[in-house]
Design a protein around this ligand. Structure first.
Ligand code: WQD
Length: 345
């Protein structure tokens, strides 16, 4: 369906760093389906070429792909020049909170150094538009809920969260030079998979996150899910998060690119969530009801570093970006489960 927007986008080539990752791959699909031409840079440290096959299977387009690390500034420069890149969406980063506590230097080098390398390449080649993958982790444990973009950015709970905070500060500072135009999207909890079940969250090792642990336990890959604490100050004692479908999150990036072409601001920040908080037990209940599966879980101790409750006020993204999350937690769980079942085969 070639609407006006599609035709406007057709001339635009977008560099997607980390484009074979969980959120990156779903964003590449939506970019293609919105008329953009994505070029993917990914070092495959947390993904596989099978994801590129999946993108092609869904869209009938096989994007140009470079097995490169964003720290290779020269390589990034060459790609920006060769493909006349209009804007960059920067996903490439390490993202495991627990791992960042064990390996802080790797996280600062890869996440902060990687952004600086990208920015240098963009400066050298005159590419000025950037969408940055940030995280609600920057809010820490908010005093007031729901969090808005003006809520205080608190001390990060982990080196991972601190790299996101530092990257946002770097982007804010360089935006004052008036050259670049950057948007930071603060993701809440991305979950689920593409409704086709052709792409999803790749299971590499024991999952840190709740939803892949739920689906892998139900599929018999894991013994039992442990719910990390039920003595929090919440309705059922378990932590509250704002879970958002990865396709809704991907679509927010398309809207952010459109906004970059309209805004005069050099820097802006948006919460990308659903605006609805769910406890861990509510998430489990939604999974069981929508999949008719019984989850084997027990209540265990709290996990160090977990914040008690956070959910987003997304009014700004709704009104300024014209973006609204469409999928509810039942659809997230169903798509996550259908993806898990396909992995089995
Ligand atoms: C969600 C809830 C756990 C596993 C992190 C990052 C965030 C983003 C998403 C990168 C918590 C509980 C979990 C389990 C459980 N990552 N849980 N048993 O920690 O909110 O966010 O991942 O961008 O930046 O901070 O997500 O899915 O790990 O945990 O009870 O086996 O599920 O305690 O309350 P989290 P999560």
């Amino acid at each position: 369906m070639f609407n006006v927007q599609f035709l406007i986008h057709m001339k635009k080539t977008i560099l997607v760093t980390g484009g074979l990752g969980f959120i990156g791959s779903h964003t590449v699909v939506e970019l293609i389906q919105s008329g953009y031409t994505p070029v993917i840079l990914d070092d495959l440290s947390n993904s596989s070429l099978k994801v590129l096959d999946g993108i092609e299977e869904i869209t009938r387009v096989r994007p140009i792909f470079y097995t490169k690390n964003v720290l290779d500034t020269l390589a990034v420069e060459q790609i920006l020049k060769e493909h006349n890149i209009d804007a960059v969406i920067h996903f490439a980063a390490f993202k495991a909170v627990g791992e960042s506590v064990e390996k802080p230097l790797e996280y600062y080098h890869n996440n902060v150094g990687g952004l600086i390398s990208l920015l240098n390449a963009m400066k050298k080649t005159g590419v000025q538009k950037l969408v940055f993958s940030s995280s609600c982790t920057v809010y820490g444990q908010p005093e007031k809920l729901p969090v808005t973009e003006n809520s205080p950015v608190l001390k990060a709970e982990s080196p991972y969260g601190n790299t996101k905070k530092m990257c946002e500060e770097i982007l804010y500072d360089i935006s004052k030079t008036g050259q670049d135009k950057t948007i930071s999207l603060r993701y809440f909890n991305p979950v689920g998979a593409h409704p086709s079940s052709i792409i999803g969250e790749l299971p590499l090792g024991i999952p840190n996150n709740l939803v892949p642990f739920i689906t892998q336990t139900t599929a018999g890959w894991r013994e039992q899910l442990t719910v990390f604490g039920n003595d929090y100050n919440t309705p059922d004692g378990t932590c509250i998060r704002d879970y958002i479908h990865v396709v809704d999150l991907a679509l927010a990036h398309v809207k952010a690119l459109e906004y970059l072409d309209k805004t005069d601001l050099n820097y802006d920040v948006f919460n990308i969530g659903t605006g609805k908080g769910s406890t861990v037990l509510e998430a489990i209940k939604a999974f069981e009801e929508t999949t008719s599966q019984k989850l084997n879980f027990k209540i265990g101790n709290r996990r160090a570093g977990d914040i008690e409750k956070v959910w987003a006020d997304c009014t700004k993204a709704n009104t300024v970006l014209g973006w609204q999350a469409k999928f509810d937690i039942k659809q997230m769980m169903l798509d996550a489960w259908n993806w898990q079942k396909r992995l089995e085969k």
